[in-house]
Design a protein around this ligand. Structure first.
Ligand code: CTP
Length: 397
């Protein structure tokens, strides 16, 4: 959930500031880009050096660093962040946040930030129970800020009660769960095919194609990033999925057909981007074929068109996307395939465009839907193309 997200961690003056080292470490491990802002008091509890080393970014403490002459732009920092976490949030900082007081870098960035703000209070039990703190917290909740509630236990004062900052692991899972719930494809199941298939001729040779699997992997990752539970069925490829998903490796068109039919039931979105072999050898030689013949022929039979088969099987709640790779009469062929294979969307790849196609990192596509709408896109990275395709799916489901 936190991969590639920009996170500002604001640390206030509280003994719980020592936990921010673990929090930074966990955020970085989860793939987030972390920038830390320390209040002056927080710097008495934990050193900027520790947090700079762990976050791999400079730590911000003031608007202006006298030694280096660097000005920390609070507006820029606020706009950079996808999420702001204030942990530990002291009674003093909560009060500033609730009342628009802006006398240090952390409170200025808070006022400048447009992103969701999470705060994890940490203070002694009587401070936490005080009417003033209660009022500040409820004000922050009405602003839409999200509290990660303190827990009960032994406090730094030696007293027992509520006011202990949530543990870093709890903070991470709390935020991840909220982000997850807000994803548009949460609760949806998706199936994606990718890569080529290899059709064996003998134990050492096969008929294959140039598909790298890059496009299909980018789509599977994007669907997973949007919250879907993804099954990725892939032919032989060097690609690695970046998101968590169920990956099924196959080699032949027949294996891909079996994996697709076994997984299709219950899927909400299916995207078939694999370059499946249309023909496969009738007989596979048990031993390596010797080069005794001057002219050598291999008899081939048609494979099952998996996409067309799924088009027959699908019910009205299932959304099916196919690809078309054409070299002539591209649009007519693509539109004909959309109808013939009973698809909801077809993505046309052209081999005419430089930079698009097999093994490239970029692609240029045109999408047609059932209402005969046509959308043409610029040449983009396959990751960006995957985003465009998923956005189009989101619009229609
Ligand atoms: N496809 C499939 N099973 C096959 C062949 C193709 O599922 N045996 C799917 C591909 O994953 C793609 C779509 O069908 O989504 C279109 O593939 P393409 O090769 O462009 O076209 P074909 O339908 O095979 O037709 P033709 O080769 O005649 O253009």
């Amino acid at each position: 959930m936190l991969r590639n997200k920009n996170i500002i961690l604001g640390v206030c003056g509280s003994i719980a500031a020592y936990k921010s080292a673990v929090l930074v470490r966990l955020l970085v491990k989860a793939g987030a880009n972390v920038k830390v802002i320390l209040t002056a008091d927080a710097a008495n509890f934990i050193t900027p050096l520790t947090l700079a080393t762990l976050s791999k970014n400079p730590v911000y403490t003031k608007y202006f660093e006298e030694e280096t002459g660097v000005w920390s732009n609070h507006v820029e920092l606020g706009l950079w962040a996808d999420y702001m976490i204030i942990a530990p949030a002291s009674a003093n900082t909560l009060s500033k946040m609730a009342n628009g007081i802006c006398d240090n870098l952390l409170s200025a960035v808070y006022l400048s930030a447009k992103c969701p703000v999470y705060f994890a209070p940490a203070m002694d039990l009587d401070m936490w129970k005080h009417e003033s703190t209660k009022e500040n917290v409820s004000k922050l909740l009405t602003f839409g800020n999200i509290m990660i509630a303190p827990t009960s236990g032994e406090l730094a004062s030696g007293l027992h009660g509520e006011g202990r900052m949530a543990e870093p692991e709890e903070i991470i899972s709390f935020i991840s769960a909220i982000i997850r719930k807000s994803l548009p494809l949460i609760g949806k199941k998706a199936m994606v095919t990718a890569g080529p298939t290899y059709e064996p001729i003998d134990p050492v040779r096969f008929i294959g194609n140039h598909s790298s699997g890059k496009m299909g992997f980018a789509i599977a990752d994007e669907l997973a990033r949007l919250g879907a539970e993804v099954v990725l069925i892939t032919g032989p490829t060097a690609e690695k999925n970046k998101q968590q998903l169920q990956r099924i490796d196959v080699i032949t068109a027949a294996e891909m057909l079996d994996a697709c039919t076994a997984n299709f039931k219950g899927t909400d979105i299916t995207v078939m981007s694999a370059a499946v072999a249309d023909y496969t050898p009738v007989n596979v030689a048990a031993q390596k074929i010797k080069k005794t013949e001057t002219v050598f022929q291999i008899e081939l039979k048609k494979t099952t068109d998996i996409l067309a088969q799924l088009g027959q099987l699908k019910d009205s709640n299932q959304f099916l996307v196919g690809f078309a790779l054409e070299t002539e009469n591209e649009e007519e062929h693509a539109k004909a395939k959309l109808i013939k294979k009973n698809l909801d969307l077809i993505v046309l790849n052209s081999l005419q465009d430089k930079g698009a196609g097999f093994k490239k990192d970029t692609n240029k596509i045109t999408i047609f839907n059932r209402s005969a709408d046509k959308t043409t896109y610029e040449m983009k990275s396959k990751v960006e193309v995957a985003k465009d395709i998923c956005l189009e799916i989101l619009k229609l489901i």
